[in-house]
Design a protein around this ligand. Structure first.
Ligand code: MG
Length: 390
């Protein structure tokens, strides 16, 4: 029985993970649950799954949970401290990280240093310091299994390849990765993007997800983050990744090998599959999603992204090329800008403007920053981005 902790159990990934666990009885034990503020749902989840440790990120929610959930579970401290406690809990094998944004940085590091298998849905930390996290994972014998649909697709395509370059089929035989994007809420929108509302940006054509990631899909920043994430996960160079718009979200991404053969992972857009694979890896369990009916779908379309209309994608590519602390600056500035857009303090087209100005104020120096330096760069970039909101 695999023992699981879920960081972000009330979001769309967390809820779907519990659906997967419910559908595979006897396979998992839910040891820990953590969420931001929905204490009522955490209490319900903790009772159903018999969680041993629970925590809420917000202090007030933590107090509510203590009142709601009497007996049984132990309450870890609120805030990042509690997330880190769950992530490194000795009774946990797999940590699913599905919190939103840079807040997942310290818990990811804690899980890695405790040698856990990390089912990773929270991509921002892998943007901020992905190469450092991969190195740290190797050092502590931890394993990172991406849960995000496209990185999971690539991960599934390279199973059987060996990281050792002298192996029969080394990871080095990857020539190119085809990273697909749905195009987000405005993929086929022809109006002025300066006038769009948060509600319009939240209207994603194929995936139902949380606010931050859905806005990131609408600006295409999400694809830029995935570019940086997969470069770090699979040791790729910027020019080895081709970003392709694919509105149906059926071809979840593919890998071209040295001989020109392309393997792709396909399926209906349903996060339950990559979540389940993240939890059961390296095994495959029973089918959790509807079967793929290619005839019913009929057509799969592909086109190049519009880097001019969606400047966030260009900014992410620039951060990927510059490396060092720049991806952390990109991620922090985006988080500040997206929050401001959701609060209707800035326009949709101000998001790339804030990110660009923040990046312009930062100079990459030296090699890869340490984890501590990344935390400092993140704090600096958040403060700088806030200056540019005005
Ligand atoms: Mg994705």
């Amino acid at each position: 029985m695999r023992k699981v902790a879920i960081l972000g159990s009330t979001g769309s990934i967390g809820v779907n993970a519990l659906n997967v666990i419910r559908e595979l009885p006897g396979r998992f034990r839910v040891v820990g649950l953590a969420a931001h503020s929905n204490s009522a749902l955490v209490a319900e989840q903790a009772r159903e799954f018999g969680a041993e440790v629970v925590t809420m990120f917000e202090d007030a929610a933590s107090a509510r949970l203590k009142k709601d959930l009497v007996g049984g579970a132990r309450h870890a401290p609120s805030g990042v401290e509690g997330l880190c406690e769950l992530a490194s809990h000795p009774g946990v094998d797999v940590v699913l990280t599905s919190v939103v944004g840079g807040v997942g940085f310290a818990p990811l590091l804690a899980a890695i240093r405790a040698g856990k298998t990390v089912a990773l849905a929270n991509k921002e930390p892998m943007v901020m310091a992905g190469a450092q996290f991969m190195r740290e994972a190797e050092r502590w014998g931890a394993r990172i299994v991406p849960v995000d649909s496209e990185p999971s697709a690539i991960f599934q395509c390279v199973q059987g390849l060996n990281p050792d370059p002298k192996a029969v089929a080394p990871l080095k035989t990857i020539r190119r990765v085809l990273l697909t994007a749905s195009g987000g809420a405005f993929g086929s929108y022809e109006g002025d993007l300066a006038d769009v509302t948060p509600a319009q940006a939240m209207n994603h054509p194929t995936w139902k997800m949380g606010k931050k990631i859905t806005i990131d899909c609408a600006t295409l920043m999400n694809k830029g983050f995935e570019l940086i994430e997969i470069m770090n996960l699979f040791g790729l160079k910027r020019e080895q990744v081709e970003i392709v718009i694919h509105p149906q979200s059926i071809f979840h991404s593919g890998v071209e090998f040295s001989d020109g053969s392309v393997l792709a992972q396909m399926g209906l857009p349903d996060m339950k599959l990559p979540i389940q694979y993240g939890l059961t890896f390296p095994e495959r369990a029973t089918r959790v999603i509807e079967p793929l009916d290619l005839v019913k779908i009929g057509t799969l379309d592909f086109k190049r992204p519009d880097f001019t209309r969606f400047p966030c994608l260009s900014l992410a590519c620039e951060a990927a090329r510059k490396g060092g602390g720049m991806p952390a600056v990109l991620s922090a500035a985006d988080e500040v800008a997206v929050e401001a857009f959701i609060a209707r303090a800035i326009r949709f087209t101000d998001i790339p403007r804030v990110v660009e100005k923040t990046m312009a104020a930062y100079t990459v120096s030296g090699g890869l920053p340490s984890f501590q330096e990344v935390v400092e760069i993140d704090a600096w970039a958040r403060a700088k981005a806030k200056e540019h909101l005005r």
